[in-house]
Design a protein around this ligand. Structure first.
Ligand SMILES: [Zn+2]
Length: 177
């Protein structure tokens, strides 16, 4: 992500300085400071009633053509779990319910910079409703032996964490919203 060069409030050129212990761009004229925060993303570890995992093939950057878990940016004013279910619906036409929170993670991607990723387990109502939008090229439910290889490190990590907690609990765990 490129840094801002001009103040978005008063249009004057920004200066660089140390503010609150970090190098930040700020406006000498109006005092605006560019605090940079991670963008919030929701990821859906989605299973059907047979406990098969939904994996989707991305049709856009970042990670174009890679198999992944569905997800996307949380909108302003939106509960993270609502954002998770909305993204799932937009990309795959699937509705579902949140089973539990798997974890919260940070990662950095070239295209967007810093991301704060909230991963939920979702159980879909009817997997036969699967229909993908333009963001995806393929999607399907797979058991762990027939699943396409997922190369995105964070998504692999989410799957491992899900499996570890499931194994420890001996069940699918308790809902944590
Ligand atoms: Zn300014």
């Amino acid at each position: 992500m490129k840094p801002y060069l001009f103040c978005p409030v008063c249009s004057k050129p920004l200066a660089e300085g140390i503010i609150d212990g970090r190098t930040r761009m700020f406006c000498r004229d109006c005092g605006w400071v560019h605090y940079r925060n991670p963008l919030p993303v929701a990821v859906a570890y989605t299973v059907n009633r047979n406990n098969e995992l939904l994996v989707v093939r991305r049709a856009h950057e970042p990670a174009i053509h890679e198999w992944a878990l569905p997800g996307g940016f949380i909108e302003e004013g939106e509960e993270p779990f609502d954002g998770c279910l909305r993204e799932l619906m937009e990309e795959t036409s699937l509705s579902g319910t949140i089973d539990r929170l798997i974890g919260i993670y940070h990662r950095r991607v070239e295209m967007y910079g810093s991301l704060l990723v909230v991963a939920y387990k979702v159980i879909v109502d009817d997997h036969e409703c699967l229909s993908i939008n333009h963001e995806l090229s393929e999607a399907g439910f797979f058991d762990e032996h027939n699943r396409p290889k997922i190369n995105i490190p964070l998504h692999r990590h989410i799957i491992e964490e899900h499996n570890r907690v499931t194994h420890l609990a001996g069940t699918s765990g308790n809902p944590v919203l």
